[in-house]
Design a binder for this molecule. Structure first.
Ligand code: MEV
Length: 438
């Protein structure tokens, strides 16, 4: 068994790798080589990455790709996308190209507020607590003036603090439910700092509140933390065109295509097994832009899936309709994104990604990101209801299989040519490589 190590974080990077190699790789030089060959020769850049987290021993590359031709609210964008899945960027680009000749994407931010909560217990008279809260509401807000000063200059700040009685769910459980505006920052640190100060103020004010008896003064703070559920930080994006301008083939008229498309979305509205995969496809586009622009994709994922369940069962984040012979496809999604703070000014590729988008503010980034999700979902459903997903997916995955078999440049060229007219399957790629090599 690997021994317990203490003080690991204080070891140098080389010593951490030595330890890993000794206890996990039997001192295999290949393991050391793999870890060190990803170090950046630019020491300053490497140090920057080392300091993003604790115990960094190497860099983990993901492709930084771009998807051009996105027409959004009349402006053209090239989207930065960071993702490992082979077909995602190609699918986004294809959807962008299709819709740019049909008016492009429209997007608008519906709301931008975020929530944080101080969770606490209070074992006493509820009316007294409510009265106490009404007397300290202003004091709570004043107590964070030093934190909110700069945010207020940028149009943000604390919007509201409510006392919520949750004691029917859990004995003696109450919340300060706080609403914030965080301008162009995602705002997690700002919100958490405010909440921790609210908690301190709540406790100190309770101590000096003369109406409370000794037990009632013993408010216990359980935790103070922002919520990644942001149903009041919503963006909507859509595309529409006459049904006659939708794809059509000898097998599928445009109208039939539209109806089949709507049916596919409808299935994701009522069937959670399908809805999860449907929304996963949306998140392929969203996460790729979120990662490229240095935002927190775990927060975005958690918030989006919670929103997809808001009506009581997990359902599609997109909707499709035909009205007066016009096909409309739309998405509504919570996206708490930032374009300042966090990694945005630190990671050189994040900085570049934001510049590529024309240095958007947070609202614009919300619009662009929602569009990436809608485009991705359009591309997926388009494939699913026509050729099936594997044709496009395996075409893009072909290069991964060829690389797995260390195919040479000439082998790759020959097999890419061969698979232009043959269906890509893992076993046929293997057969064809063997054929060439024999
Ligand atoms: C694959 O990453 C995503 C899809 O499965 C999404 C979908 O089925 O809608 C293609």
């Amino acid at each position: 068994m690997t021994p317990v190590v203490s003080g690991f974080s204080k070891l140098s990077k080389a010593d951490k790798i030595k330890w890993i190699a000794e206890y996990h790789f039997n001192n295999d030089v290949n393991a050391i080589d793999t870890l060190t060959k990803y170090w950046n020769s630019n020491e300053k850049l490497q140090k920057l990455h080392d300091e993003f987290t604790e115990n960094t021993i190497s860099n983990y590359y993901l492709p930084f790709s771009v998807a051009p031709n996105f027409l959004i609210n009349g402006e053209r964008y090239t989207l930065p996308m960071t993702i490992e899945e082979s077909s995602v960027v190609a699918a986004a680009s294809k959807a962008a190209k299709f819709w740019q000749t049909r008016g492009g994407f429209r997007a608008e931010v519906i709301s931008t507020t975020k929530v944080g909560q101080v969770h606490f217990t209070y074992a006493g008279n509820v009316e007294k607590l409510e009265h106490f809260f009404s007397t300290i509401n202003k004091k709570l807000i004043n107590s964070v003036a030093h934190i909110t000063k700069n945010m207020e200059k940028r149009g943000g700040g604390v919007k509201k603090i409510e006392l919520r009685n949750k004691s029917t769910d859990i004995d003696n459980y109450y919340q300060l439910h706080c609403t914030f505006e965080t301008a162009d920052a995602m705002g997690a640190n700002f919100i958490n700092s405010c909440l921790e100060q609210f908690a301190k103020t709540l406790l100190s004010e309770a101590q000096s509140y003369s109406e409370f008896n000794d037990d009632e003064k013993e408010i216990e703070i359980i935790m103070s933390i922002l919520s990644n559920y942001v149903p009041q930080c919503i963006v909507r994006a859509s595309v529409s065109c006459p049904v006659s301008e939708l794809p059509n083939t000898s097998k599928l008229s445009s109208l039939h295509y539209a109806k089949k498309f709507i049916r596919a979305v409808r299935i994701a509205e009522v069937e959670p097994y399908r809805a999860v995969t449907h929304n996963k496809g949306i998140m392929n586009g969203i996460d790729a832009v979120v990662l490229a622009t240095g935002n927190d994709f775990r927060a975005i994922e958690a918030g989006a899936h919670a929103y997809a369940s808001r009506k009581g069962s997990y359902a599609s984040l997109t909707a499709a309709t035909i009205k007066d012979d016009v096909f409309t496809f739309s998405i509504e999604i919570p996206l708490a994104l930032g374009t300042v703070g966090g990694l945005t000014n630190l990671h050189p590729l994040v900085k570049l990604a934001l510049q590529l988008l024309g240095s958007p503010n947070a609202k614009k980034l919300m619009e662009i990101t929602a569009v990436a999700g809608l485009a991705q979902n359009f591309a997926a459903i388009n494939s699913l209801i026509t050729t099936g997903i594997q044709q496009g997916h395996m075409k893009m995955h072909l290069m991964n299989i060829l690389n797995q078999f260390e195919a040479t440049k000439s082998e790759k060229e020959q097999l890419i040519e061969y698979f232009k007219t043959n269906t890509v399957t893992h076993s046929d790629v293997v057969t064809q490589i063997e054929r060439l090599r024999n």
